[in-house]
Design a protein around this ligand. Structure first.
Ligand code: ASP
Length: 662
């Protein structure tokens, strides 16, 4: 079946089909590619790893039930680690940002001034935060596949049956210490039930001022060289009997079975390091069509919407510092996503990802055709995946807009779920709601012929001129309801079809690549093995892998995003050698969003850094790891420790981590 692919994507694919193969990246995974599952660790080449400096054996990392990886926890969308037997946790400042923001007022502004809890009493509940860690994995592949088969042939019904089975398997293990999530690996070829402990009483312990924790702001975000002290400490609490509990004053610090020892020995270029954390989402096995539509349609639209959204929010709060403070965290998230979209558009083009995918697909076709066994296993698999991707691409703009209407405007979302017209029209709308909805309406007006939203067009014809008040938007919400239902049905059907062909597509690639093979990131615990190293961002430039306090001071402009606090400058100048303290380092770990806050450990498993970002050239690394430019950025732990000794002292925390206080 021929489906209409958006014109922009057709052009891109056409151009690339005839383009030179200049940027072909090769198909073999290089040494440090891979976000390994705990269960895959035993299968890694430990002889080679030990030759590179690893002093631990597979069982030390993960023995099937526990290991060093057990110290890595998930905190909201980020990663973190236990660093003391008393439940002390370290993550990134940007991961703690929402909690610091929520605890701040204009008078007591912890974002601006930082926060040091003098003792346990002074630790502040982190609203909306929870910490979870893995207790056990159950292989539930057979159960999920059986539920799918029992649902018959209808793809949507199969998808729904899988969802229901996931919920059932999750509920089976609910208890005070345990909660479970059921997740697919390899597009549903395998399923695991991850039994976790979730701790809900999390308290803020130590945060540097924003001028350190976010030094360089959006200018330096996703960039190297970097001088950001992106760290924050929390502590997890439990009920006096040790069970997870909501915040209560008499809760006690949680005592983890595993925590990391902090090392002040540092790392040097060429050293092996390991990143343990919860990477959110990668798309390493996508087809050319799926990548092309993201490059040509999805990320440009995201960029446009996020850029406008930031402007609306900033303008709306320009004269009101109190309201502005309340949206700092929201703004930061939008700005991060905005720059991520820029990096994706730039990186997908520069890395020639679609070009590489097209070449790989041609190779795969030839490889399948060349062997009877392969033909039997994989004939038509690539075409079926491409057909699904084409179907999705053909309506990407339209579906993106439908999503944005409900994601970007809380009022519109409430209207969509209001029981009747009258209640929908009574939904309160802010000035920002109005502006964002007008922006989206403008984009809906420009949808290509093949993707029109008829209900929108009819509504627009009627309400095209003049002010559109809540009644008009409520009417739009009501008339779009069938489009949302159709979108859900479409997605259920596609998800069901992907459950069928996705695992085959993965097996095909695994066999074709002929190497150790890791599943795409899915917010579950992974290990990435890396080397500390610099890189070449562009012709004639080499980036060294370390930055120092001296470099931080050099960037200081005394205002805005580069405003080194006086206390830091004074401490740097007070002691010889302080200027040489390392602030950040680069390595080639395989990381993505969600890896923020991940502990970075040395060959002996000791904490040497906190992952917090990637370089701009690696934003598009989600679609393919590359030895030349896949670099992650970490804070060197010695920088936070210096601040905790000499700038905003916290001797009690240093002691707790078993470190000297001076
Ligand atoms: N900065 C990212 C995050 O917030 C990390 C990354 O994407 O590399 O998770």
């Amino acid at each position: 079946m021929a489906l209409p692919v958006p014109r922009s994507v057709r052009i891109l694919l056409l151009l690339l089909a005839v383009a030179s193969p200049a940027l072909f990246l090769g198909r073999r995974a290089a040494a440090d590619e891979g976000e390994w599952l705990p269960e895959q660790i035993a299968g890694l080449d430990f002889t080679a790893l030990q030759a590179r400096g690893l002093e631990l054996g597979p069982d030390d990392l993960w023995n099937g039930e526990e290991g060093l990886l057990s110290a890595a926890v998930q905190i909201n969308g980020c990663s973190a680690s236990f660093v003391s037997p008393e439940g002390l946790i370290v993550t990134n400042h940007h991961c703690g940002f929402a909690a610091i923001n929520a605890a701040s007022t204009l008078e007591r502004n912890y974002l601006e001034d930082g926060f040091v809890a003098a003792d346990r009493e002074a630790e502040i509940p982190a609203q909306g935060y929870s910490v979870s860690f893995v207790r056990r994995y159950d292989d539930v592949t057979a159960e999920v596949h059986a539920a799918m088969e029992a649902a018959g042939d209808d793809p949507a019904a199969r998808w729904k049956a899988v969802q229901a089975e996931r919920r059932r398997l999750e509920q089976e293990v609910q208890g005070p210490f345990e909660s479970a999530i059921v997740v697919p690996y390899f597009e549903g070829r395998e399923w695991r039930r991850i039994v976790r402990t979730v701790l809900r009483d999390v308290r803020l312990v130590y945060a540097p001022p924003r001028d350190v924790g976010e030094y360089g702001g959006e200018t330096d975000n996703w960039m190297w060289p970097r001088h950001t002290g992106d760290f924050t400490f929390f502590r997890a609490y439990v009920a006096p009997d040790g069970s997870p509990a909501d915040y209560a004053p008499d809760n006690v610090p949680f005592r983890p079975a595993h925590w990391l020892r902090v090392s002040e020995d540092g790392v040097e270029e060429g050293d092996l390091v390991m990143v343990m954390g919860y990477p959110g989402r990668t798309n390493r096995y996508m087809t050319s069509v799926a990548v092309a539509v993201r490059e040509a349609v999805y990320y440009p639209l995201r960029l446009e919407v996020f850029t406008a959204m930031i402007r609306f929010l900033e303008e709306d709060t320009a004269d009101d510092p109190e309201r502005r403070l309340r949206i700092e965290s929201l703004l930061k998230g939008l700005a991060n996503a905005q720059k991520n979209a820029e990096g994706m558009i730039w990186g997908l083009a520069r890395n020639g990802v679609v070009d590489r995918k097209l070449r790989e697909e041609a190779e795969i076709r030839a490889w399948v055709a060349a062997d009877a066994g392969r033909r039997q296993r994989y004939d038509g698999v690539l075409d079926r995946v491409l057909a699904l991707d084409t179907e999705e691409a053909a309506r990407m703009e339209r579906d993106f807009l439908l999503d944005q209407f409900r994601y970007r405007s809380g009022a519109f979302r409430r209207m969509l779920s209001a029981p009747d017209d009258e209640s929908a029209a009574r939904v309160a709308m802010s000035a920002v709601d109005h502006r964002i909805l007008e922006l989206l309406a403008g984009l809906a007006r420009e949808l290509p012929e093949t993707q029109r939203l008829e209900a929108f067009d009819a509504w627009d014809a009627e309400h095209g001129d003049g002010e559109r008040g809540p009644e008009a938007w409520a009417e739009l919400a009501r008339s779009l309801a069938p489009a949302y239902r159709e979108l859900q049905d479409f997605r259920d059907r596609l998800a069901g079809l992907r459950l069928e062909v996705g695992p085959k597509w993965i097996s095909l690639q695994e066999e074709w690549r002929g190497e150790r093979f890791y599943p795409d990131a899915n917010s579950t615990l992974r290990l990435s093995i890396a080397t500390v190293k610099g890189y070449q961002p562009r012709d004639g430039v080499w980036h060294l892998p370390f930055t120092t306090v001296a470099g931080m001071l050099e960037k200081d402009r005394g205002e805005g995003e580069f405003d080194v606090p006086d206390e830091v400058r004074a401490a740097a100048e007070a002691r010889p050698g302080a200027r040489d303290i390392r602030v950040c380092f680069l390595a080639d770990a395989d990381t993505t969003g969600g890896n923020s806050g991940s502990p970075v450990v040395d060959g002996r498993g000791r904490l040497v850094g906190l992952n917090f970002d990637r370089v701009f050239e690696n934003v598009a690394g989600d679609f393919g790891w590359n030895p030349e430019r896949s670099r992650n950025i970490s804070v060197d732990v010695r920088f936070p420790l210096w601040l905790m000794r000499e700038v905003w002292p916290a001797p009690h925390l240093l002691e707790e981590m078993g470190l000297p206080t001076r």
